[in-house]
Ligand binder design. Structure first.
Ligand code: ZN
Length: 99
């Protein structure tokens, strides 16, 4: 694992820990509210970090050089991370076959 992968995992782990800590500190809180706040913060930070540089011909920034392209990148990552989550499917999903 390289340093970037390691940082990616650490950031994800710390977000989960923050969610758990907030849920522990506010046992009556709506978990969806905590989750929405974590997601909002993560998206804001991702958009901050993925701003293109000032060189309009920069090839490295080409995939994120417009708001629309950044949203495309974000949706791709969103699907990738969601589908790789152990919580992507729930045993209570309406489309789960029940015997
Ligand atoms: Zn650039």
């Amino acid at each position: 694992m390289d340093a970037a992968d390691s940082l990616n995992e650490e950031a994800a782990r710390q977000i989960v820990e923050l969610g758990n800590e907030l849920a522990d500190r506010h046992p009556d809180a709506d978990l969806w509210s905590i989750a929405d706040g974590l997601l909002a913060g993560a998206i804001h930070w991702w958009l901050y970090a993925n701003q293109p540089c000032s060189d309009i011909s920069c090839e490295e920034c080409a995939p994120v050089c417009t708001a629309s392209l950044r949203m495309h990148q974000l949706r791709t990552l969103l699907a990738e991370y969601a589908e790789s989550s152990e919580y992507y499917h729930s045993p209570n999903d309406q489309d789960v076959a029940r015997a």
